[in-house]
Design a protein around this ligand. Structure first.
Ligand SMILES: NC(=O)c1ccc[n+]([C@@H]2O[C@H](COP(=O)([O-])OP(=O)(O)OC[C@H]3O[C@@H](n4cnc5c(N)ncnc54)[C@H](OP(=O)(O)O)[C@@H]3O)[C@@H](O)[C@H]2O)c1
Length: 232
């Protein structure tokens, strides 16, 4: 896909990976709607800020009304409550599903007619190595990222006939606010954003951004013993 002259919308574009994705799209010649819960927090020149809380159906409808000609939709916005499924606050567990699953779904449904009207269009969903692997401290986040992975595959089948290509980006630890508290090796969100938009240009269906994600994906085919040897 040639990005020059296309219109793109990125959710959660005010910080973290979303901000870098908006930069990449802008610098490659796209007209960019930078969607954020607080559009005044968007500090990028040359983009159009737009209000969008992806869990608020009225805001999703209003954003789809306000934006026009979107050919590239980037579902990036995400939460991370750290809630355990067994002992965590149920409201936090619901928030993860409301954001990653229902929010991504609502935005995609709302923009699907605009994407269809472009003839050739793209949806990029920001997934995780944790779409395939659960970790005890963050069961709710992992379940939501897993649900978002399944949603991505369902939508790639449903959107193909209208000429919309769906791309999944799987990434492990990135240096953003989301995991500021973790002292682990992290990749640079600017480099991940570059990889992601390279993938959109190339028409890739799936982008595996790092070695950890690649290892986890390989582990899936080995079943429980591959990913959870401690309990196999
Ligand atoms: N960081 C990692 O290690 C990592 C790894 C794998 C995947 N990911 C995924 O990468 C994506 C971006 O995360 P990040 O690392 O850039 O995290 P981040 O720095 O915490 O940014 C999260 C972004 O999502 C927005 N957001 C959260 N809930 C929203 C809602 N209901 N409606 C609209 N926007 C909302 C936030 O907006 P506010 O500023 O208003 O809060 C912020 O812009 C997420 O989907 C995340 O799951 C991250």
């Amino acid at each position: 896909m040639d990005i020059t002259g296309k219109t793109a919308l990125v959710t959660g574009a005010n910080r973290g990976l979303g901000r870098q994705l908006a930069v990449q799209l802008r610098d490659r010649g796209a007209r960019v709607y930078a969607a954020a819960r607080d559009p005044q927090g968007v500090d990028l020149a040359g983009v159009t800020p737009i209000a969008l809380d992806i869990t608020d159906p009225a805001q999703v409808a209003a954003a789809a009304q306000a934006a026009s000609g979107v050919a590239i939709l980037v579902n990036n916005a995400g939460s991370s409550t750290g809630a355990s499924l067994l002992t965590g606050d149920l409201a936090a567990i619901r928030l993860e599903m409301d954001t990653h699953f229902f929010g991504t779904l609502a935005v995609t449904r709302a923009f699907a007619p605009q994407l269809a009207a472009q003839g050739s269009s793209a949806v990029l969903n920001i997934l995780s190595a944790l779409s395939w692997l659960s970790i005890p401290r963050s069961g709710a986040y992992c379940a939501a990222k897993s649900a978002e992975w399944s949603l991505t595959n369902a939508l790639r089948l449903e959107l193909a006939p209208q000429g919309t290509r769906v791309t999944a980006l799987h990434v492990a630890y990135m240096d953003t606010d989301m995991i500021r508290h973790l002292d682990v090796p992290k990749s640079d969100p600017a480099a991940v954003a570059k990889l992601a938009i390279d993938g959109i240009e190339a028409g890739d269906a799936e982008i595996i951004a790092d070695e950890t994600s690649r290892r986890v994906l390989a582990g899936v085919s080995a079943g429980v013993a591959g990913l959870y040897p401690q309990v196999a």
